[in-house]
Design a protein around this ligand. Structure first.
Ligand code: NAI
Ligand code: MG
Length: 492
């Protein structure tokens, strides 16, 4: 472990009494008085405590968010002022980036080097949407004489944001930054595994001068606080990132008041390797694609389709990379892969090892837990699989991938699209025609050609099929956080 790392600021925040809820600008205990533990996955020990908000706290947060939404201090704020406010939030995040990265890393086990990069991305998201606040245009429509017709883009209203534990503030920023740029108000519920960074983020929002009630933070469990947000009659929109299973529940719960719903869900993204590709680069990049954040990313390279002529050689190259990944404590500067987030996730992921064996997949490397405190799992590769096996169909969300051989382009495409998901896909080839043919034919929200994991806030992100509904980032988030109103004026 690095001895020079200064952990005092993050420690001072994490230590001490249970964190509170942010409601209407005030920090309050859950109305029930209940709290819950959060665990450090790097050692399995209790890290801290947070307020266990439930339906009563969500009600209070929604009241505060509604009041803030209707207050001219927020609804009447000049676009330039809104833009400045988002930039001040970005500045606050940057000024406290190391502390936020350490809090998040301690809570979810992400290597500190990766958590730092993710917090930098959180600040950048606010900078990007600060630019949008002054560029949300309606249109002047062609109209007959005597009529003036135009459209207004108005905020949707009160938004509930339910986010997962793999990138707590990343997922939150993707939702909150555009929501605020458009003039909405927010109730954020972080995952029960990772409540801490959201609480610190809430303090920074207040310091940045966000009016009270514009963002409220309710820590708590999915089945209580999360479900209350999904079903609430006075929430106008829910933005959710997490499992497909819970996404379906949120959509079902939304019908009471027909709230708008955007869902960013799971994946089983095909990464397709043709024999003409640069196989060394393909193997190195694909390896990162499956062990990044211990495989706990929605776009993980969890299904690798490899031409039969290179299947064994590619499996060997990939295994070499997998064995060389520096696995260790998240605080260690050399660490690129840490633990998985929780005991529950550890059990779920390691449970697939027996499933893969029973299905007849060949274990190339890994396949075991790592014998040390905390929830560490070896980077694991199965090969010679087929697309009907459970390890090829289900999202594992751990450092586990599976190789499936194919014989030609048509078969690769058929296997790639034979999945309930459609989040991302990649094609490795030097044949330009094939690359772009595949890019068109793959049913996925993101397609990579000769790369993996690269994304940009400027470009929309989201899924086909059961990987979600709607898109986040880019201009698409502005559309998702506004309603369009047509206005007709009679001029005579
Ligand atoms: P989850 O979908 O249960 O949790 C995500 C968020 O939803 C959390 O804030 C949770 O509190 C909330 N939630 C849970 N049940 C809810 C309900 N009934 N109503 C409203 N909100 C609810 O994910 P979980 O259980 O942590 O992980 C299970 C699997 O889900 C993973 O193995 C992975 O396959 C997938 N997953 C995908 C993610 C992604 O980025 N696409 C992120 C997290 C999990
Ligand atoms: Mg769950």
């Amino acid at each position: 472990m690095a001895t020079t790392l200064d952990r005092s600021t993050a420690d001072a925040f994490i230590a001490g009494r249970a964190k509170k809820l942010l409601i209407g600008g005030d920090w309050v205990d859950a109305r029930s008085g209940e709290t819950f533990e959060t665990i450090n996955p790097a050692d399995g020990e209790v890290l801290g405590h947070a307020a266990a908000g439930d339906a009563a706290d969500v009600d209070a947060a929604v009241d505060a968010a509604r009041k803030a939404f209707e207050d001219p201090a927020w609804s009447g704020m000049a676009p330039h002022a809104r833009s400045r406010l988002l930039l001040r939030i970005a500045d606050k995040i940057e000024a406290h980036a190391e502390e936020l990265a350490q809090i998040e890393s301690r809570d979810n086990g992400a290597p500190l080097t990766i958590a730092r990069a993710m917090i930098a991305g959180v600040a950048e998201t606010f900078v990007y949407y600060a630019g949008w606040a002054t560029k949300i245009y309606g249109e002047t429509n062609p109209s007959p004489g005597g009529i003036f017709n135009y459209t207004l883009r108005e905020p949707v209203g009160v938004c509930g944001h339910i986010v997962p534990w793999n990138g707590p503030l990343t997922s939150a920023a993707w939702k909150i930054a555009p929501a605020l740029a458009c003039g909405n108000t927010v109730i954020l519920k972080p995952a029960e595994q990772t409540p801490l960074s959201s609480v610190r983020f809430g303090e920074l929002l207040m310091e940045a001068g966000l009016p009270p009630g514009v963002v409220n933070i309710v820590t708590g469990f999915g089945e209580t606080a999360g479900a209350a947000i999904a079903a609430h009659g006075d929430i106008d929109k829910v933005g959710f990132t997490g499992s497909t299973e819970v996404g379906k529940k949120i959509l079902a719960a939304s019908t009471g008041n027909l709230k708008r719903v955007t869902l960013e869900l799971g994946g089983k993204s095909p990464n397709i390797v043709f024999p003409d590709a640069d196989l060394d680069v393909a193997a190195a990049t694909t390896a990162q694609g499956f062990w990044f954040l211990s495989g706990q990313v929605c776009v993980a390279a969890s299904r690798i389709l490899v031409h039969r002529s290179i299947h064994d050689a590619f499996a060997a190259k990939l295994a070499e990379h997998a064995r060389a990944i520096p696995v260790g404590h998240p605080d260690d500067a050399a660490t690129l892969m840490g633990p998985v987030v929780s005991r529950e996730q550890f059990d779920r992921v390691t449970g697939y090892f027996g499933v893969a064996h029973a299905d007849g997949a060949e274990l190339v490397t890994g396949g075991k837990a790592i014998d040390r405190p905390g929830f560490y799992i070896e980077p694991t590769i199965f090969a010679g699989a087929n697309n009907n096996m459970r390890i090829a169909r289900e999202e594992i969300f751990g450092p586990v991938t599976v190789l499936i051989p194919f014989d030609d382009e048509a078969e690769a495409l058929r296997i790639a699209n034979d999945t309930a998901f459609g989040l991302a896909a990649a094609v490795w080839t030097k044949d330009l025609g094939r690359a772009h043919r595949m890019a068109r034919a793959l049913k996925a929200g993101t397609v990579w050609i000769n790369t993996y994991l690269y994304t940009d806030l400027i470009s929309p992100f989201g899924g086909y099929k059961q990987s979600g509904i709607g898109r986040e980032l880019g201009r698409q988030s502005i559309d998702a956080y506004t309603e369009v109103k047509s206005v007709y004026a009679k001029l005579d």
